[in-house]
Ligand binder design. Structure first.
Ligand code: 56B
Length: 306
């Protein structure tokens, strides 16, 4: 994850559409004080959890599909999580590697009990096939074997997931240079950590190396808090729900500045409170407030990465 942190800082240093406001960060840190808001991982009660390997399989599939819900105004992340949970309660074999390789779009819709085509449905199906195929080829069909192979290192897990599954290689180019986000790979590590409460499949000695997950909710939340400032052009595009192209400087800056700003915030909280804080905890706090704030306007980019 060093490459995520380093490339985000590099982009933030050159950024022109999005600015990280250090006074805004100071204000947020002041308002937090000594008490970092602690959010329960499954605060919505939407996740499948049985304490064993099937939960790991569930989380990998969940994060393989954890992107771009906004094109359907009625669809959100909760539908995906609770849909997979209900499907698993009904039939424990729905996420078996051989079955993952065969789903069609209409079958995936049926599995999630969603009445119409999902956004980027063909891509979702392709990514499911990729997960099933690679799990079968390299890990005996089990995501839990993949996690076991990482020696309780979140950094190794992210490196393993991104090297085995091309769909998780969330990166972009900015001013000619490769920048890394690895949103869904990192969130897989964080979801294991959260679901298993830092034990068993969720035990990582380096969970502090994970950054926030650059999606479309966290930048909007950071902007609402006064941590990010947008150029007037970008502001009006987002305000009018205009689409921002994947890979555009605006999109890369939105994501990179969010990661960078939270890393700065995290260091400042540590200095002021004397207590270390995880980016994973700050992410969950920002995301949980963001998704519960209906007026929050976020950027719209068609992407399989977030
Ligand atoms: N930064 C960050 N982004 C996250 C999540 C999560 C879910 N995390 C689970 C972990 C603990 C909780 O129990 C959650 O269940 C989803 N997203 C992103 O949000 C967007 C969905 O928005 P909407 O269309 O409104 O549903 C989409 O880009 C999705 O990829 C997170 O934690 N952090």
């Amino acid at each position: 994850m060093d490459e995520v942190r380093a490339s985000a800082a590099w982009v933030a240093g050159l950024s022109s559409h999005v600015i990280v406001d250090s006074a805004g960060i100071e204000k947020v840190v002041e308002s937090i004080g000594e008490k970092i808001p602690q959010i329960e991982w499954d605060f919505e009660g939407i996740h499948y959890f049985d304490g064993g390997p099937l939960t790991v399989q569930y989380l990998l599939v969940l994060d393989a599909l954890n992107f771009c819900f906004w094109p359907d105004e009625e669809l959100d992340y909760d539908h995906l999580a609770s849909g997979l949970k209900a499907a698993l309660h009904n039939d424990k074999s729905v996420l078996d590697a051989d079955r993952l390789q065969k789903y069609t779009g209409p079958e995936l819709r049926e599995l999630l009990k969603w009445p119409r085509p999902l956004p980027l449905e063909e891509e979702r199906v392709r990514l499911l096939h990729e997960v099933g195929c690679e799990l079968e080829k390299s890990y005996g069909g089990k995501a839990s074997n993949l996690v076991d192979s990482c020696g309780k290192s979140a950094a190794k897990l992210v490196a393993t997931v991104t090297s085995h599954f091309p769909g998780f290689r969330d990166h972009s180019l900015y001013k000619g240079r490769q920048v890394f986000f690895y949103k869904r790979a990192q969130i897989f590590a964080a979801d294991l950590y959260g679901a298993f409460k830092g034990q068993s499949y969720g035990e990582f000695h380096d969970i502090s190396s994970v950054t926030i997950f650059a999606d479309y909710i966290v930048p909007a939340m950071l902007r609402q808090l006064g941590v990010l400032k947008y150029s007037s052009n970008l502001e009006s595009k987002i305000g009018s729900n205009g689409e921002i192209a994947s890979g555009s400087e605006e999109e890369v800056e939105l994501r990179a500045c969010s990661i960078y700003a939270v890393e700065i915030m995290r260091d400042l909280i540590h200095v002021k409170s004397g207590k270390p804080v995880l980016s994973v905890e700050l992410d969950l706090w920002l995301w949980a407030f963001g998704v519960q704030s209906p007026s929050l306007q976020h950027h719209r980019t068609l992407s399989i990465y977030y």
